[in-house]
Design a binder for this molecule. Structure first.
Ligand SMILES: *Cc1c(COP(=O)(O)O)cnc(C)c1O
Length: 392
């Protein structure tokens, strides 16, 4: 029997045959760095809840006030509260900039800011391993897209130079992840800042994986390097270390005014519900006060990385709480993930097109709450599985 969905089934079968098919599973985060998946308790080495704030749960407000579950409209209509306006002001001050704008998600923020700032006449310079939401924003903007090799400052400079010489007044924007989501390495921000200044480009950085994790009170990588004032457009998310939902853009007040008027993923969507805004505010307080958790996270990541490196695994240039274990082919990464889950470790195979062809991996992510003992045991389990898979 044929059906109108056969073409979809065929494509799914093709993905299956290449070990590229993905599927959903039902998971519940548990406190202490654990989770429950398919009824089994596993060590949570797969989430972005680095400080454990989402996993902890708890009441959004101490008074247990009833909070509205919906904003009722888009921000430009009647969908923004006084609390949200105050939060944006305080959040801008925290980042030392004039204004901040909250989006429904980090994805929406990236798509919305790039789509608003760039036109088909402009040039955008983007690290090849930047997050998919940056790529989508660039595609939507129709700007000319210069993708430089991962962290390759020579190539970035050559591209900037060529564009500047051909058209000195053309608008140029450099955009990069601060910490790369699938590799855990960091962008050379000081070098990028030098280039942006030399060639008169704007600089936007995505602090999705560094916000809350590094810098004073969790301000991020640019702050940790003492370079925040050189960033033109700060972007980040409230859905990773912040343990809630939402994205933000922070920068000059005129940037915010412009986005409010031009950013489609801000304008044509409903504001975040008051209950979510309250969760963001509560979690932001936790983030600022989390120095001890940040220290534990750093120590846990170092312990885990050193253990896996000593066992002979290839971990790329990870220098953060994100530790990729490179497996090569997708099939091998999928088998490795299945072995680890069998052994009680939540591990997910990350495959193309999320990562380049031939670099399928297990993306481990550490949490402040992990017990060092549990991590050492996990290293042993991973090493055994890696030997069986011929990875080490
Ligand atoms: C997760 C992520 C985003 C998207 O953030 P969400 O709030 O989850 O939509 C954007 N950029 C990077 C680098 C990310 O890792």
């Amino acid at each position: 029997m044929t059906s109108k969905w056969d073409w979809m089934r065929l494509e799914l079968e093709r993905l299956d045959s290449l070990s590229l098919r993905r599927s959903l599973s039902a998971v519940r985060l548990l406190p202490g760095g654990w989770l429950e998946k398919d009824g089994r308790r596993m060590l949570n080495l797969a989430s972005n809840d680095y400080l454990g704030i989402a996993s902890e749960g708890g009441y959004v407000t101490e008074e247990a006030d009833a909070l509205q579950t919906g904003a009722g409209a888009s921000r430009l209509v009647v969908g923004g509260t006084e609390e949200l306006a105050r939060f944006e002001e305080a959040y801008a001050a925290y980042h030392g900039v004039g204004a901040a704008l909250v989006y429904g998600s980090g994805y929406a923020a990236n798509v919305g800011v790039l789509g608003a700032l760039l036109t088909r006449d402009d040039a955008v310079f983007s690290d090849r391993l930047n997050h998919a939401s940056i790529v989508d924003g660039i595609v939507l903007s129709r700007a000319e897209h210069f993708r430089y090799r991962h962290l390759d400052m020579n190539q970035l400079e050559a591209m900037l130079k060529k564009v500047s010489e051909a058209a000195p007044r053309r608008k140029k924007l450099i955009v990069t992840d601060a910490v790369f989501s699938m590799d855990g390495d960091a962008a050379p921000l000081m070098d990028i800042i030098a280039l942006k200044e030399r060639y008169g480009a704007l600089l936007m950085i995505d602090e999705a994986h560094s916000g809350g994790v590094c810098g004073k009170e969790g301000r991020g990588l640019a702050d940790a390097l003492g370079a925040a004032e050189h960033i033109d457009i700060h972007m980040g998310t409230f859905s990773k270390a912040y343990g809630a939902l939402g994205g933000y853009i922070a920068g000059d007040t005129v940037l915010k005014e412009y986005l409010v008027n031009r950013s489609r993923s801000f304008i044509y969507t409903t504001g975040l519900p008051p209950v979510v805004i309250a969760a963001i505010e509560r979690n932001w307080r936790k983030v600022r006060a989390a120095d001890e958790a940040r220290d534990r996270l750093r120590r846990n990541a170092a312990l885990f990385r050193e253990g896996l490196a000593a066992a002979g695994f290839q971990l790329g240039d990870s220098a953060s709480q994100i530790v990729p274990l490179l497996a090569g082919e997708s099939e091998r990464a999928v088998r490795m993930a299945a072995r680890l889950q069998q052994a009680g470790i939540a591990a997910v195979a990350i495959r193309p097109p999320t990562v380049p062809e031939g670099t399928a991996r297990i993306r481990f992510s550490l949490m402040a709450q992990h017990e060092p003992e549990a991590l050492l045991q996990a290293v042993q389990v991973i090493t055994d599985a890696g030997k069986q898979e011929g990875i080490v």
